[in-house]
Design a protein around this ligand. Structure first.
Ligand SMILES: Nc1nc2c(ncn2[C@@H]2O[C@H](COP(=O)(O)OP(=O)(O)OP(=O)(O)O)[C@@H](O)[C@H]2O)c(=O)[nH]1
Ligand SMILES: [Mg+2]
Length: 220
């Protein structure tokens, strides 16, 4: 085990550079869907960001696109209640999902927007990958099993992205990456590589851009 949180050699210099160029292009908010009938036509490849409330989904979309306020981020859990679509360079869509595992709102409200996220993940033909965000300080929790079970069952490719990596020490991060990779080893739809990011410090963002670009099979 090294202090290097992720293998930089996973991505060539050219791929990292293309990812940078692609994500420097225009990113725009397209629409928010509050009901499954309101989803836009599936005419572009999509990647979606799922995870517990407050894990940093909206912040990660902002960091990837280099915007401060494209997706609404907040300290108040349950900020994102719709499925929000952002179009990058008219080539692909980044999809911000409502968070799960959040108990404070009325049960019916929470259920309705969480079911929406689940329905989206299960039935989206051009969803290339779901990124399941996990707080680097905590690693996988019981509450994360349900979405992983659902994604495995629906055979939707997903990859774990640790967030808020700036909040722990490099050796702790390396340990949580290793542990998480071991925990998902037997999950059929999980990508074996766990990525680590910090939206605050920009750490891991170039690698995730390259990963998304490659997954969606687009070039800038
Ligand atoms: N230190 C640090 N804080 C972060 C990072 N990413 C997000 N945060 C903070 O975490 C809080 C929640 O971030 P959001 O991006 O709103 O989280 P979310 O997952 O979209 O939350 P919901 O929409 O409620 O599901 C905010 O106060 C962010 O500033 C990070 O990489 N480092
Ligand atoms: Mg959000």
């Amino acid at each position: 085990m090294t202090d290097e949180p992720q293998d930089a050699a996973l991505y060539s210099e050219e791929t990292l550079e293309s990812g940078r160029v692609l994500f420097a292009r225009q990113a725009r908010f397209m629409m928010g869907a509050a009901k499954i009938e309101q989803l836009p036509p599936d005419d572009l490849p999509e990647v979606a960001f799922a995870g517990r409330s407050n894990v940093g989904k909206s912040s990660l979309i902002n960091a990837l696109t280099g915007h401060n306020h494209l997706a609404r981020a907040s300290n108040e859990p349950g900020r994102t209640r719709e499925v929000n679509f952002f179009v990058l360079d008219e080539k692909l869509r980044l999809v911000d999902l409502p968070g799960y595992g959040w108990a404070r709102a009325s049960k019916t409200t929470v259920k309705s927007f969480q079911n929406l996220g689940r329905d989206y993940l299960r039935g989206r033909p051009r969803l290339k990958r779901a990124y399941l965000l996990i707080d680097a300080r905590h690693g996988l929790k019981e509450v994360d099993n349900e979405p992983m079970d659902a994604l495995d069952k629906a055979a939707v490719s997903y990859q774990i992205v640790l967030t808020k990596a700036d909040k722990i020490k490099p050796h702790e991060l390396a340990a949580v990456i290793e542990k998480t990779q071991a925990q998902i080893k037997k999950r059929p739809a999980a990508h074996p590589v766990v990525l680590a990011t910090s939206s605050e410090k920009g750490f891991g963002i170039p690698e995730l851009r390259a990963e998304i670009m490659t997954t969606c099979e687009v070039l800038p």
